[in-house]
Design a protein. Structure first.
Length: 378
């Protein structure tokens, strides 16, 4: 399905114009804003559910919200488009939080269907004035729109409902040592801590959820053919721990003794399998701990899943091996170079595609030809 994202003057992001679909790689030097860019979708998801005030509290607070290089007359602005629907907003901050109300606008098929204007407590839905509820503009407006218009908003709602940033799986070591807390989750949390409980629920749950587990197990067998064959679980009190079987082995190995790469591969596959049709998944540095073979197989598996389920999978990476998997798809590689006026730059627009065919993209990244850590001298 894909999406189009515009961001002006938000944290490290000066000017973003990004259109992405399928499996995409995002590369750039440290500090260029890759993780911040991936986090924008999660920030907008929070804003769509609870308004910008609460979203800001959940995503870093008011400090440094506005890009430090923005001119006085330049607003912080967001615009997200999917299908025929576009949501625009211009939040600003005081010393402690967002200035309410935030100017926002919903456009469907190039027609403004709802709008919140600065300084006005009510919002306009068509020609009618309405009071926003505690959830903020987006859901208040969507609820008030005709059913036909709501249906047209489906692609944008899917992007917002599903946008998840998996950032180095913060609870990796805790998960490995202690397992997951028993719960009814069927979706992987951003920190990955609920993975074992979620997998157990997939196996015991609905048919569509069991197929997610079967896809993860098949992917692990493909990525780690000498190490992994199957997985089962042990419940102790309120804790779920996992153990895996190697091919041909009668007895399992506790997951806390598993190779780090196996657990990382499991988490990456679980993140992708959690997504429903037409949704967006963002993963920061999925290559951590993985052998080049496993990285190559993971990208291939993710592409198949993205194509069959209409997913958009965004991978921020520093891995030459992962980049080489895009040698034939430079239009799916995006570069963050802070000295460029607009980011990210699509690789086939950054370099001549005919010239790119002569090289491995990982080599170009390693030798500083694309997205170097230090700005080239002119």
């Amino acid at each position: 399905m894909g999406f189009e994202l515009e961001v002006d003057n938000y944290r490290a992001l000066r000017r973003i114009r990004w259109k992405a679909d399928g499996v995409c790689a995002l590369v750039g030097p440290n500090g260029s804003g890759k993780t911040t860019l991936l986090s924008v979708l999660s920030f907008l998801q929070s804003a769509s559910l609870q308004g910008f005030g609460k979203a800001l509290n959940w995503h870093g607070g008011a400090a440094y919200f506005r890009n430090r290089h923005a001119l006085a007359n330049e607003p912080t602005r967001f615009a997200l488009t999917a299908g025929s629907t576009r949501w625009e907003s211009e939040p600003s901050t005081s010393g402690i939080g967002v200035v309410i109300p935030v100017p926002e606008r919903l456009t469907v098929e190039q027609k403004v269907v709802a709008e919140q204007r600065a300084g006005e407590s009510s919002l306009l839905v068509g020609d009618e004035s309405r009071i926003a509820d505690d959830r903020g503009f987006f859901l208040s407006a969507a609820k008030a729109l005709p059913e036909e218009t709501q249906l047209k908003m489906g692609p944008l709602m899917d992007v917002l409902a599903s946008s998840s940033l998996y950032y180095s799986f913060d609870s990796f070591w805790q998960l490995k040592r202690e397992g997951s807390r028993e719960n009814t989750d069927t979706w992987l949390n951003p920190d990955g801590r609920n993975a074992f409980s979620m997998l157990r629920n997939w196996i015991a749950g609905k048919r569509e959820d069991r197929s997610r587990w079967e896809w993860v197990r098949s992917g692990l067998r493909e990525c780690f053919p000498e190490t992994f064959d199957d997985l089962d679980f042990i419940v102790a009190g309120q804790t779920v721990v996992a153990q895996f079987y190697a091919p041909g082995e009668k007895y399992p190995t506790p997951m806390y003794l598993a190779p780090n790469g196996l657990l990382m591969g499991l988490l990456v596959l679980c993140a992708v399998a959690s997504a429903n049709e037409q949704q967006v998944i963002c993963i920061d540095e999925p290559e951590n701990g993985l052998h080049p073979y496993a990285i190559q197989r993971l990208v291939s598996i993710m592409r198949e899943r993205a194509e069959s389920h209409g997913l958009t999978i965004l991978l921020a990476t520093h891995s030459p091996t992962l980049l080489n998997e895009f040698n034939d798809q430079p239009d799916h590689v995006f570069i963050m170079e802070p000295w460029q006026e607009t980011l990210p730059v699509r690789l086939d627009q950054h370099q001549n595609p005919e010239w790119l065919r002569n090289f491995a993209l990982g080599d170009l990244y390693m030798n500083q030809t694309i997205a170097p850590q230090v700005q080239p001298k002119t």
